[in-house]
Write a protein that binds this ligand. Structure first.
Ligand SMILES: [Zn+2]
Length: 231
């Protein structure tokens, strides 16, 4: 089996690519499992769409407030160790919008799908504290609609996030995929930009179909990261 610590120590540029599976241990539901955000809700993707946000801002706001915000959640050992390693020699590219990588102190970070905790008024452009957004989606100063930077269905990924991610993946000699299933594009497509010689390791509770040359660690990522030593 692949020696994760050895791989981490030998690598010069490491990219972690993560998804919902790294935050479930912090009490944040994923999207598509039996207990996920979408469970029992037929219209969840519509609720999180640009169309719904524009046409029914109150419905959108209620859905997001009730289902996505967990401001009390704390980073777990996966976020913490990834942050320490990435700050030394790498980057975390996360699909998560929960802000836990930031809370863990990660400075080399791309929040690929935005974050719930950057909120602003769509009318006057002013940054608004997310606490205020959770009280009311209308901006007190101007009456405009407040939103977060999360990327909704029907919206494009921020170009700066894409270019930073592509550069990092192309420069990496080690890519570690954790807590995500390679099924959400364009995120999953980033992998294609890796160097041929780059080592690719995925950590997931269930086996994933892996690109050629990739190595799979089938395990609970919390257990795996407990065993990671950071120098
Ligand atoms: Zn405003």
């Amino acid at each position: 089996m692949v020696d994760l610590n050895q791989a981490l120590q030998q690598a010069h540029q490491i990219v972690f690519m993560t998804g919902a599976g790294v935050s479930t241990a912090s009490g944040i539901p994923d999207y598509r499992s039996e207990t996920g955000v979408y469970a029992g809700k037929k219209n969840a993707e519509y609720m999180l769409s640009h169309d719904n946000f524009i046409q029914h801002p109150a419905d959108y706001w209620h859905f997001v407030k009730e289902n996505l915000y967990f401001p009390q959640a704390q980073p777990n050992i996966i976020h913490q160790k990834m942050a320490q390693i990435a700050n030394q020699k790498g980057l975390v590219i996360t699909q998560n919008v929960d802000g836990l990588d930031r809370k863990a102190g990660c400075k080399n970070l791309v929040e690929f799908h935005g974050t719930l905790y950057d909120t602003y008024c769509t009318k006057c452009g002013q940054a608004v504290d997310w606490h205020e957004y959770l009280q009311d989606y209308r901006h007190q100063n101007c009456g405009g609609i407040i939103r977060s930077s999360i990327v909704l269905y029907g919206e494009s990924i921020n170009e700066n996030s894409i270019s930073r991610s592509l550069q990092a993946v192309a420069a990496a000699d080690l890519i570690i995929v954790v807590g995500t299933s390679f099924q959400v594009y364009p995120f999953a497509g980033l992998i294609q930009y890796r160097q041929e010689a780059a080592q690719l390791i995925a950590i997931n509770k269930t086996p994933l179909p892996m690109p050629t040359g990739g190595e799979m660690i089938v395990a609970d990522a919390v257990d795996t990261f407990k065993g990671v030593t950071v120098k």
